[in-house]
Design a protein around this ligand. Sequence first.
Ligand code: AOF
Ligand code: ZN
Length: 375
Amino acid sequence: MTDAAEDQRFMAAAIRLSLRNLGRTGTNPSVGCLLVKDGTVLATGVTDVGGRPHAERIALAAAGEGARGATAYVSLEPCSHHGRTPPCADALIEAGVARIVVSVTDPDERVSGRGLAMLQAAGIAVRTGVLEVEGRRALAAYLTRQVKKRPHVTLKLAVSPDGMIGRLGAGQVAITGPVARGQVQVLRAQSDAILVGIGTARADDPELTCRLPGLADRSPIRIVLDHDLRLPPYGKLALSARAVPVIAVAAEPPRFDDVTDKAFLARRSVLDEAGVEVLQCDPRKLHVLLQGLASRDISSLLVEGGATVAASFLEAGLVDRIHLYRGAVPVGEGGVRSPLVPGVAPAGFSLVRSLALGPDHFEEYERDLSCSLES
Ligand code: AOF
Ligand code: ZN
């Protein structure tokens, strides 16, 4: 195998490994690191839950003296700053690593090329940009929050063969089967927050938690766009707000004769008591809301419905990735039309993955790079 092919093979493994703690490292990226010598993996490391220790330190600790003369494959540039831990670049130099292969350079202004420069200055051979597209995909939440100061947004839609996402007044309609639903639950576990509109919250009474065995403690924060604060206090979301946080995003309360609407205040105090946080921010100003969520350490946001919310995120140019499921059973009369249909790439997006999930079909679209620079 050529050196280049071997670099790609080990970097692919480091990136795959990094996915293990996706959504569990706070604002710190989940990074994967492999230490390799003579074509054999000596040790591996993934950024620990909570964000520390960093991946390189875990791999170096596992390899011990064996790290001397090894090649390190890291999905993100090793850090150069004294943050809550000393620089990984120093640790790699001290351990006597001979060569470093990196996928993505770190946009964190404390690092941003300095990690690579430190390694090179110490005489270590450095190669960057290996499987960069895949590396950026795995680090998308971190990179988006760092660069755009907003969370990375995934829009998920489950669409029936007749182009519907549900039926008016019918509550939750099962569009897809258990395999697809399981995949959505994994996506929830990997996201920091999940967002729906008040229409969906009222009509479907969803729980929006991750209920896969073993992943129940990884439910994301639940956010409802709720302009007039109509979230039912006895719905599943409010009733479970003490176990898994719920944020209702409401506009400024209406005022009559300069007195704040009493009914609004009453609704707010009931929700306060249930443990629901009311965030005052006009839910129609999505850019402002997303900046606010990023400043609360939310790096990845999963938008789960309904049609109005999906359309407004798309119109605002705030969708980075789309997960589109096509179910097998038509909804028929009274259906709610989906803003997107499977098989047709939305403008500015490209298909990156497509697979069958039992009777259903799954498509993943990513925002084209030229469009993703703007918002
Ligand atoms: C690495 N390896 O596994 C990760 C890195 O608060 P601190 O000190 O943990 O620093 C956080 C920054 O460290 C984060 O913004 C990013 O630049 C880097 N994350 N670096 O060498 C890792 N997770
Ligand atoms: Zn580090």
